[in-house]
Design a protein around this ligand. Structure first.
Ligand SMILES: CC(C)(COP(=O)(O)OP(=O)(O)OC[C@H]1O[C@@H](n2cnc3c(N)ncnc32)[C@H](O)[C@@H]1OP(=O)(O)O)[C@@H](O)C(=O)NCCC(=O)NCCS
Length: 269
């Protein structure tokens, strides 16, 4: 039986958010829309699939004791009636209720991602040093540190002066052009986990082990600049065998797998 509750918009947040309120103001579930983050999964990748303008990330959560009673569906209906992004994009863990929920509501599975973790105590520093020092004729490593500004281009970052900040970028440069890069962002000094984006290798430079090189150099550099970092989390497409192999080689281990689901408005995806 459907529980008695109200779906209310939460305008005070200034962003599209909804709550499912039960009696006495108990919050049974929440939903919200976020802009597709420039620090999201496709961050900086030159080959990233274009994101449709206006597409929004949907986050929906129902308290475990309220599940399977239609609360999530009612929240989704409110989102679709009251907000009008052309496309909703959501991430769910593989094998989770979110997957069944997305399928039930006509979302289309568009991509599969794997989250991975590298722990510094598993990295043999001498071995890492050898990888970094290996010659790659025609290429040279460059580094940048600083704070990220909105939607930066790697070329602009690497040419700007380094300064203290929460990001470390390592690039392989070929005659002044960026050929490959990897970037990491750190949190507060109390947070030992950094987040890595890439490595990415530009067309025309593939098949030369540049991804392993820039990633190894990033792992090394990150620890030098931010000694409090103990581990690096990253996410990548599961259907990219080169990326998967590079990360495995460097010692990344699978943390969890997520599926990206999308729903186009104006009909089932
Ligand atoms: C996914 C989630 C939001 C669903 O909330 P909910 O209130 O339980 O969803 P509903 O009751 O509206 O379910 C609608 C339909 O989704 C499917 N579904 C939801 N949970 C399911 C589960 N655990 N197993 C199988 N099917 C499920 C069913 O088809 C269900 O219809 P039915 O109950 O008539 O069979 C909730 O489980 C949750 O918060 N999970 C953690 C966060 C998450 O994964 N969010 C991503 C959602 S985009």
């Amino acid at each position: 039986m459907e529980p008695l509750l109200d779906i209310v918009a939460a305008p005070e947040s200034g962003a599209p958010r909804w709550r499912a309120l039960a009696q006495r103001g108990v919050v049974a579930g929440v939903a919200g829309l976020w802009p597709i983050s420039p620090l999201g999964l496709d961050f900086l990748l030159p080959i990233a699939p274009a994101t449709e303008p206006g597409a929004a990330e949907l986050r929906l959560y129902v308290q475990p004791e309220w599940r399977r009673r239609g609360v999530g569906s009612r929240l989704l209906t409110a989102v679709r009636e009251q907000a009008t992004p052309p496309r909703l994009v959501t991430k769910v863990a593989v094998g989770s209720p979110g997957q069944a929920f997305c399928r039930r509501h006509g979302f289309r599975h568009t991509r599969s991602w794997r989250h991975e973790l590298l722990t510094y105590c598993d990295v043999h520093q001498a071995w890492l040093g050898e990888l970094v020092d290996a010659e790659h004729p025609g290429y040279r490593l460059t580094h940048w540190t600083g704070d990220l500004f909105a939607a930066p281009r790697v070329e602009d970052l690497i040419r700007s002066p380094s300064r203290p900040g929460n990001a470390v970028l390592t690039a392989a440069d070929a005659d002044g052009e960026v050929a490959a890069y990897a970037l990491a962002v750190v949190g507060a000094p109390s947070d030992p986990r950094a987040h890595q984006y890439g490595p990415a290798v530009l067309p025309g430079h593939r098949g030369r082990r540049l991804s392993r090189w820039v990633n190894a150099a990033l792992i090394q550099r990150l620890r030098e600049v931010h000694p409090h970092v103990d581990e690096i989390e990253t996410a990548g497409a599961e259907d990219d065998p080169r990326l998967v192999a590079t990360r495995e080689h460097l010692g990344f281990r699978t943390l969890r797998r997520v599926h990206i689901y999308e729903l186009s408005e104006g009909g089932r995806s």
